[in-house]
Design a protein around this ligand. Structure first.
Ligand SMILES: Nc1ncnc2c1ncn2[C@@H]1O[C@H](COP(=O)(O)OP(=O)(O)OP(=O)(O)O)[C@@H](O)[C@H]1O
Ligand SMILES: [Mg+2]
Length: 139
């Protein structure tokens, strides 16, 4: 198996509710030294709706971000335990992250495609302001 075919996209199409789509085992998640998740274990099955409920700040979004490895983009984080997608360890170093994130998507609470000071945001903001200034100048 190579990085380009991991995880396997065929898994989802042929999935039955009796299978385990995502298996979370003893998952812990730290932002720096702050522990947000401790020893979380449960399973998500295909064609079933799985809901997570809990008070604000209990770690629901953090858990979702751990399922497609978006969480590790949030600075210094430590993730222990195991997450499997149809039996494949998503934290395996061979995982193709783009492919994984295409298969395990996430809807964000707030639209925030880029971090505030990213290299994409500033040129985009500059281009927007320059276009507006040019429009004002010409009118
Ligand atoms: N990037 C981050 N760096 C440091 N701490 C964070 C970060 N993101 C979240 N946290 C903290 O982790 C904890 C869990 O946050 P999380 O957003 O996962 O909670 P939540 O259950 O989704 O809350 P809500 O219901 O308000 O959406 C909170 O204490 C939050 O302040
Ligand atoms: Mg949240």
């Amino acid at each position: 198996m190579t990085a380009s075919d991991f995880p396997l996209s065929e898994s989802m199409a042929a999935a039955e509710p009796t299978q385990t789509a995502i298996s979370i085992k003893d998952l812990s998640f730290f932002y720096g030294t702050k522990k947000v998740l401790e020893g979380v274990s449960f399973e998500i099955h295909p064609q079933k709706v799985t809901a997570m409920i809990g008070p604000s700040g209990c770690g629901k979004s953090t858990l979702l971000k751990a399922l497609n490895r978006i969480g590790e983009l949030e600075g210094k984080v430590t993730i222990t335990g195991k997450v499997e997608f149809f039996g494949q360890d998503i934290y395996d170093k061979r995982v193709n992250l783009n492919r994984l994130r295409r298969q395990i998507g996430m809807v964000f609470q707030r639209p925030n495609p880029f971090p505030p000071a990213s290299t994409i945001t500033w040129p985009t903001a500059f281009a927007f302001l320059a276009a507006r200034a040019a429009r004002n100048w010409m009118s």
